[in-house]
Design a binder for this molecule. Structure first.
Ligand SMILES: NC(=O)C1=CN([C@@H]2O[C@H](COP(=O)(O)OP(=O)(O)OC[C@H]3O[C@@H](n4cnc5c(N)ncnc54)[C@H](OP(=O)(O)O)[C@@H]3O)[C@@H](O)[C@H]2O)C=CC1
Ligand SMILES: CC(=O)C(=O)O
Ligand SMILES: [Mg+2]
Length: 613
């Protein structure tokens, strides 16, 4: 009997995955690893062509001769047998044959639909090359063309990443075409954090679209109706959330992604205490940006609370970042009021100031509305406020004009410029503009990747300030430990032991209850923040990076997950028992492996069995 311990099951309890049996060659019954059934029996009768058609099991030409015979697929495959290494070579040859990124996207997603292990091996080993394809910026284009790309639905167990298509990156309402986003995000759960792919399900709730062009698009795959709103919409979302936990258990993690601003904040507020959920655009973005800002202090030589921050945008990303930034400044010892006094925002109606005639101050903006005369434009605001840092999260391409960047360089020895809007077509400025117009003095990060920039004999490698550095690791830690609620107190306490040394080394501190209580707040994803920021080396900073290179993203995610495990067990927030003694070993033992499974039972290696073959 082959009893396998799967990672957390749907109820957060480890699930025994049991083999069913098959007739052996001599008439004995033996266990057949392929026929192991999960609780939903999805693999129970896998044999023959169904094995080849199941992307979780298919090995393509890597099935050995014996496997082909045992599985009854011998005649279905050409005689050639390849190793996985050889298959990787073939995939890369194919990948390079395409001359545009959309075709590369279609090809590589097609591989995911055919042979999951090979797909994840290729992506994990070539993450810097593949991320811009399966994620931003190409995924944005893929969403816009999703009617041409949609192929088939996917499996599910433990995670949802879901959306209603109202705000896809900075591209607006794409309705059901936005499906590319949760598909891409969940691929990163596996590629960047080692989450088992069969545990993830991308979901789009189709509530219509207000995008007139899509409603007329003959290829559009969604409902051809205007978005439902009001109580009907809210009841639908409620029903969905209830149904998720009723069917899959309390510990199912639901990641909200790319919701419209008017829904994102209220759903986070409404559901965070009721379900295991987080909003990536608010919380994930806050974490990655704060980590970048912390790293930038090592370049500018100024602490967070010595900075003046001006946001272009006052939406999910901006409010999320600013809220976490306030908490981080409080950690430095300043009052909440002083921390707020360092932060300014410009939205579609100009500088966010109290009682402005243009109005438009939603409840979540209120804490950041400042006492000041109205100012209409970003450029004016920069000239008046002389910020040390500007953060673009409004999806207004080119908003950081030449004049703005030059002024930032005039006001600051090391101006901090974050152009975080996605995809690339929505970036506030390019890396080249930022470095060139500041004579290489700026500290730069962007939401979508930019190539390195050569300037005056120096090469700058811009960092990618993208929540992809955060959400995979957070999700891995939360789900493996069976954390019920992703509240921010959980994350804050673990952040306490981490302090930055000038060279970026870590120092453990005594963590006291008093200090952690002081720091409780609304957006405490600080475990992730500090885990990420601590991995930025001096060498990275010297190259212009504020984040570890993407090639290290799996290490980053694991580190975040381990920190979450240490904290949640110490604080009785974890519900997966028994508590693992060695948290690092616990996390790493659960990670997805891209190695193919053998479909030849071990019993075939027994000497008496071998003799009969
Ligand atoms: N790098 C990363 O990891 C992430 C990047 N992003 C990117 O950030 C961008 C915004 O996302 P998100 O915050 O969720 O979107 P929201 O819709 O919540 O917010 C957009 C904000 O931009 C403001 N805005 C619109 N037009 C202008 C203008 N002309 N001048 C100034 N401000 C303007 C809006 O103003 P008003 O409030 O008045 O309507 C609003 O405050 C997107 O491009 C997204 O891709 C988002 C999440 C993560
Ligand atoms: C990165 C991301 O989540 C966004 O641009 O919406
Ligand atoms: Mg998003």
């Amino acid at each position: 009997m082959d009893l396998r311990l799967n990672s957390n099951g749907v109820n957060g309890t480890p699930k025994m995955v049991k083999s069913s049996s098959m007739k052996f060659i001599n008439g004995e019954t033996i266990d057949h690893p392929l026929a192991k059934s999960s609780n939903n029996n999805s693999y129970s009768s896998a044999k023959g062509i169904s094995v080849v058609r199941n992307p979780g099991h298919n090995k393509g030409l890597a099935f050995t001769l014996r496997e082909r015979q045992l599985l009854g697929i011998h005649g279905l495959l050409p005689p050639s047998v390849l190793t996985q290494d050889e298959q990787v070579y073939v995939v890369m040859q194919n990948f390079y044959r395409w001359d545009n990124d959309l075709d590369r996207y279609i090809y590589i997603i097609g591989l995911q639909d055919r042979n999951e292990k090979l797909f994840y091996r290729v992506v994990t080993e070539n993450v810097e090359l593949m991320m811009p394809i399966i994620y931003t910026p190409t995924v944005g284009l893929a969403c816009q063309k999703y009617g041409l790309i949609y192929r088939k639905p996917r499996n599910f167990l433990d995670f949802y990443c879901w959306k209603d298509g109202e705000r896809i990156l900075g591209l607006g309402d794409l309705g059901s075409y936005g499906m590319g986003i949760p598909v891409g995000k969940l691929s990163l759960y596996t590629a960047c954090a080692g989450v088992q792919p069969h545990q993830c399900l991308p979901v789009t709730l189709d509530v219509g679209t207000n995008n007139e062009a899509l409603l007329k698009d003959p290829l559009y795959i969604g409902l051809r109706q205007k978005r439902i709103t009001g109580p009907e919409y809210d009841d639908f979302i409620d029903e969905f959330m209830r149904a998720v936990v009723q069917k899959y258990g309390q510990n199912t993690l639901v990641q909200f992604e790319d919701f419209g601003n008017h829904n994102a904040f209220r759903f986070l507020d409404k559901y965070k205490g009721l379900y295991c959920t987080f909003n990536d655009d608010i919380q994930g973005t806050a974490s990655v940006t704060l980590a970048g800002l912390i790293a930038s202090t090592r370049v500018t030589g100024k602490s967070l609370c010595q900075g003046t921050y001006l946001f272009q945008g006052a939406g999910e990303a901006a409010i999320g970042i600013a809220s976490l930034l306030v908490m981080a400044m409080e950690e430095e010892g300043v009052s909440t009021e002083d921390a707020h006094s360092r932060i300014w925002m410009v939205d579609s109606r100009g500088l966010l100031v109290k009682n402005r005639p243009k109005g438009g101050i939603s409840p979540q903006k209120v804490p950041f509305a400042r006492e000041h005369a109205p100012v209409d434009t970003l450029e004016e605001a920069i000239n008046i406020l002389k910020p040390t840092c500007i953060i673009g999260v409004a999806a207004i391409p080119g908003a950081f004009t030449e004049q703005i960047i030059r002024n930032m360089a005039k006001f600051n020895e090391r101006p901090v410029i974050f152009s975080l809007s996605n995809p690339t077509s929505k970036a506030e400025c390019t890396a080249e503009q930022a470095y060139t117009l500041t004579e290489g003095r700026c500290v730069f990060a962007s939401g979508s990747p930019f190539k390195s920039v050569q300037l005056n004999g120096k090469t700058f490698h811009p960092g990618q300030g993208n929540n992809a550095y955060i959400f995979p690791g957070v999700a891995l830690g939360v789900i493996l430990c069976g954390v019920r609620h992703i509240n921010n107190a959980i994350f804050l306490k673990s952040a306490q032991p981490y302090q930055f040394e000038p060279e970026g080394t870590l120092q453990d501190e005594d963590d006291s209850d008093e200090s952690s209580k002081k720091a409780l707040g609304e957006l405490g994803t600080l475990i992730a923040v500090y885990a990420l920021a601590s991995m930025v080396t001096k060498e990275n900073l010297d190259e212009g990076r504020l984040y570890p290179p993407l090639s290290k993203i799996c290490d980053v995610s694991n580190k975040i997950a381990i920190k979450i495990a240490e904290y949640t067990y110490a604080n009785k927030m974890a519900s997966h028992y028994p508590e693992p003694e060695d948290k690092e070993q616990f996390i790493t033992s659960q990670l997805y492996s891209t190695d193919y499974e053998s479909f030849v039972p071990d019993v075939y290696d027994w000497p008496d069995v071998k003799g009969q073959l």
